[in-house]
Design a protein around this ligand. Structure first.
Ligand SMILES: *[C@@H]1O[C@H](CO)[C@@H](O)[C@H](O)[C@H]1NC(C)=O
Ligand SMILES: *[C@@H]1O[C@H](CO)[C@@H](O)[C@H](O)[C@H]1NC(C)=O
Ligand SMILES: *[C@@H]1O[C@H](CO)[C@@H](O)[C@H](O)[C@H]1NC(C)=O
Length: 260
């Protein structure tokens, strides 16, 4: 009896040890893939999507969550997952996009939307896309996790964020920049670029889209109100004209002078 109980206890301890080591190894136990630099990255599954799981990507997620409202956090996570699906459906992109650059850029692309009073990341005069790009660059430099990022990779993140609302430029840049833009767009326009309805729905179940429209509308109106000059003559101008009193008075389009 005693030996049976001991054996059972031992099995329990062994099972517990095994389980906790598996739990610790959880994020990296789902396999490795290589990127264009032939590096293997640990992975985890999120919203049905297998994504890269490195310390800086985890830190970026935490940082974005701390510096964005709930709807922003869900939007940037979906944008990352949609971009990842785009890459996975395209052999060329799988071979060429740097998954860590893509992840960090997608996750940090809306830091310029931080409405916290006195946020150091929101300037009084720059476009929010540029605020976000600068904040992401600062983040990367202060969170290098023991390994300094090459300037080229930092530059790609900066460009991807600064241009993520301008497809007329972003789509002619590096693949990493293109995929960030496409992932963000998919959150507004539904599945495309090879991504299926089912994949899209699984991501939206993990990070629901119900508050996206209201949140974006409120945020763009906030930008047009608090720093109108950085929104005039951009895709945000219609919000200012609809919702902000005297908005057009702030405008002075450079090229208007050529017409008069
Ligand atoms: C894959 O991505 C490349 C680079 O963006 C693009 O040129 C190509 O058309 C894509 N292939 C498919 C099948 O969509
Ligand atoms: C967008 O925001 C404006 C200003 O707050 C508001 O008047 C309008 O009803 C909102 N529209 C939607 C679709 O949420
Ligand atoms: C808009 O401009 C007009 C004319 O300059 C001014 O009388 C009015 O107070 C302004 N409204 C707001 C909300 O600033």
């Amino acid at each position: 009896m005693f030996t049976i109980r001991l054996a059972f206890g031992l099995r329990l301890i062994l099972a517990t040890l095994l389980f906790s080591s598996l739990a610790q190894a959880g994020p990296i136990s789902t396999g490795h893939v290589s990127d264009r630099g032939q590096r293997a990255y640990p992975r985890r599954t999120l919203g049905g999507v297998s994504v890269i799981d490195t310390p800086i990507v985890r830190a970026a997620e935490t940082f974005a969550r701390q510096h964005g409202q709930d709807f922003v956090y869900k939007h940037i996570m979906r944008s990352w997952l949609f971009g990842t699906l785009i890459i996975q459906h395209n052999e060329t992109l799988r071979a060429t996009v740097d998954p860590e650059v893509h992840a960090v850029a997608a996750i940090l692309h809306d830091l310029g939307w931080d409405q916290t009073d006195g946020s150091p990341m929101v300037s009084p005069e720059r476009r929010f896309e540029v605020d976000g790009a600068i904040a992401a660059r600062d983040f990367i430099r202060s969170h290098s996790h023991g390994k300094r990022w090459e300037e080229r990779r930092v530059q790609l993140v900066w460009d991807a964020i600064a241009l993520h609302t301008q497809d007329s430029i972003a789509l002619f840049k590096e693949v990493d920049v293109q995929v960030v833009q496409k992932g963000v767009v998919m959150d507004f326009e539904g599945p495309k670029f090879g991504v299926t309805e089912d994949e899209y729905a699984a991501v939206a179940r993990e990070f629901p889209r119900d508050d996206l429209q209201h949140g974006v509308n409120e945020t763009i109106t906030w930008l047009c109100t608090t720093k109108p000059k950085s929104t005039y003559d951009t895709w945000m101008q219609p919000w200012g004209e609809h919702f902000v009193p005297n908005y057009t008075a702030v405008g002075s389009r450079v090229f208007d002078r050529l017409l008069s």
